[in-house]
Design a binder for this molecule. Structure first.
Ligand code: DC
Length: 229
């Protein structure tokens, strides 16, 4: 049922492992998954396609509130269609990440995407991945976790991910980009990146992905939201 299903919010900076971890937890529990960063990336891509400038707030707000997007859940990934085109890869570039972080700083864009995000809350539950899931979008979530890792470790993980995708990138430029993006996401006046007052912070710098998934599942089980492991 919409609105009453339990929510696990996973917020934190880019590269902390939220994407992979949210997917694994959602799969394990059979819960829905909200990749809210994808919505900001899609808004940035739609702006590029429609010739809307990244500082045209009314234009971007209009785009955000009317995004024609379909998320198709597939095994181990989600196919994302924008106006019927498969843009699953196109939205994952560093350039689109940077543009997403710029459009995400605009209040109108955030408002335009708010209800769409809340609509993902459906039975049996939702894992919501983003920056403001616990603070703004689902303030009454049953479990809020803020995932962090050192900037160096996040740059290393991103580098590895890009290498595996056959993309060349220097570790030092990735570290600089990560630090610039963190600063923009944390310093913006609307919905800045920060842990909710009632969030548990988990530093994943020296934890493996299965260890983090295990920890989250345990916390959910302690709250009666997942079967005990
Ligand atoms: O998680 P990601 O890298 O796909 O997110 C891309 C950008 O979108 C990120 O730099 C900040 C923004 N974002 C946001 O402001 N709020 C969210 N809930 C999710 C992402």
């Amino acid at each position: 049922m919409k609105g009453t299903a339990p929510v696990l919010t996973l917020d934190g900076p880019g590269g902390a492992g939220k994407g992979t971890i949210s997917r694994l937890v959602a799969e394990r529990l059979g819960w829905h998954l909200l990749d809210s960063g994808a919505l900001y990336r899609l808004t940035a891509l739609a702006a590029q396609r429609h010739g809307v400038a990244l500082d045209d707030e009314p234009g971007l707000e209009r785009l955000a509130s009317r995004l024609d997007v379909v998320f198709v859940a597939e095994e181990q990934s989600t196919r994302i269609l924008l106006e019927g085109d498969d843009v699953s890869r196109a939205i994952r570039t560093e350039q689109m990440g940077d543009a997403a972080s710029r459009v995400a700083a605009l209040n109108g864009v955030r408002q335009g995407l708010l209800q769409r995000q809340r609509d993902f809350r459906q039975a049996p539950g939702l894992v919501a991945d983003g920056r403001d899931m616990g603070t703004v979008v689902f303030p009454e979530a049953e479990l809020k976790v803020f995932l962090t890792a050192s900037p160096e470790e996040r740059a290393r993980r991103r580098h590895l991910q890009l290498q595996q995708a056959g993309v060349d990138a220097s570790l030092s430029s990735l570290l600089k980009e990560i630090q610039a993006r963190d600063a923009r996401d944390m310093q913006r006046s609307v919905a800045p990146l920060k842990p909710a007052d009632d969030a548990i912070t988990l530093d994943t710098t020296s934890l493996s992905i299965p260890e983090v998934v295990e920890r989250l599942t345990e916390w959910l089980a302690q709250r009666g939201l997942a079967p005990a492991t």
